[in-house]
Design a protein around this ligand. Sequence first.
Ligand SMILES: Cc1ncc(COP(=O)(O)O)c(C=O)c1O
Length: 364
Amino acid sequence: MKPWIEAIHAYVPGRATGKGGQVLTKLSANENPLGCSDRALEALGQPTGPATYPDPDATALRAALGVIHGLAPERIVCGTGSDELLNLAAQAFAGTGPEGPDEVLFSRYSFAVYDIAARRCGAVPVEAQDADYGADVDALLAAVTERTRVLFLANPNNPTGSFLPRAEIERLHAGLPSDVLFVLDQAYAEYLGPDEDDGGFALAEAHDNVLVTRTFSKAYGLAGERIGWATGAPHLIDALNRIRGPFNVTGSGQRAALAALEDQEFIAETRAHNTRELARFTEAMQALGNHGVRPLPSKANFVLVLFEGALTAEAALEALADGGYAVRHLPGQGLPQALRITVGTALDMDAIAAIISAAAEEAQ
Ligand SMILES: Cc1ncc(COP(=O)(O)O)c(C=O)c1O
């Protein structure tokens, strides 16, 4: 094994079972509790084509994405989830060479795949200091060196839920050398309100060094089909096309994504549900402030809850598992004191709030 591969800690997926193997309600992977559009389900049911390779270029899907988002289809590439595209972006623009490894920069408490994407191409992952768990533009810019090749930023960010407004994204881009690739990961963008656009598409349209990634795994509810996409300047799309899997999006995935795009009502419903339940759950956690329970403000479909009092994150995790719920504990990402809880149904969120509240009282 290459030494830089040996240094990788494999991605730990969200659990759906308890310690004893019992099946739990899974609120550990930021999936959509409403499922997906009926139209996507219908498209998945169509018994066409498993014996033949899918369209290698996802032509119809890229065209539909272009229409919905006002983008040129030539400036779009699809991937096996956005995970594939994040990895390819690092691989295409960073690595190691005779002068030593390049650097891939991201904020502390970012998406776990960035560290893996950096290491797997032989580059060095560099973490900039956060600002109370959110990305800090000044800290990121101060961490740029001559060796920095790629900057990853998730907006909203996983696992913290933090969000940088358009002016901050523009300031970050303006402060970067033009030969650093800025990968703006918008996996949770569909959860934002219409006035909360961080300007990523406009930035990717106007500059040669910006790649914006999106996914059908979150609000579209198609995580199991593995469909992501990215937009950017033609030379960036060309680079990813050279190294992606030739048939990286399955035929059923392409069909489901196309059908899902046609049902924007489902996305509006998903956003409304999330906004309502996110606010209710955040408020319920804020009410436990006297027990040292602190929810971070979130713009995504999950809340990172900090346990800074007598009730520890481990104890809360166990109480939730006993109550039938799997949520995400991330000690491997420097967050032993926190649980990331995906927004589920109203019933789920009431039950989780009640379990945490009871555990906090008991720990007192
Ligand atoms: C910030 C962020 N980016 C990208 C992804 C990858 O999603 P997918 O590969 O399913 O598109 C995730 C999934 O959790 C995420 O949280």
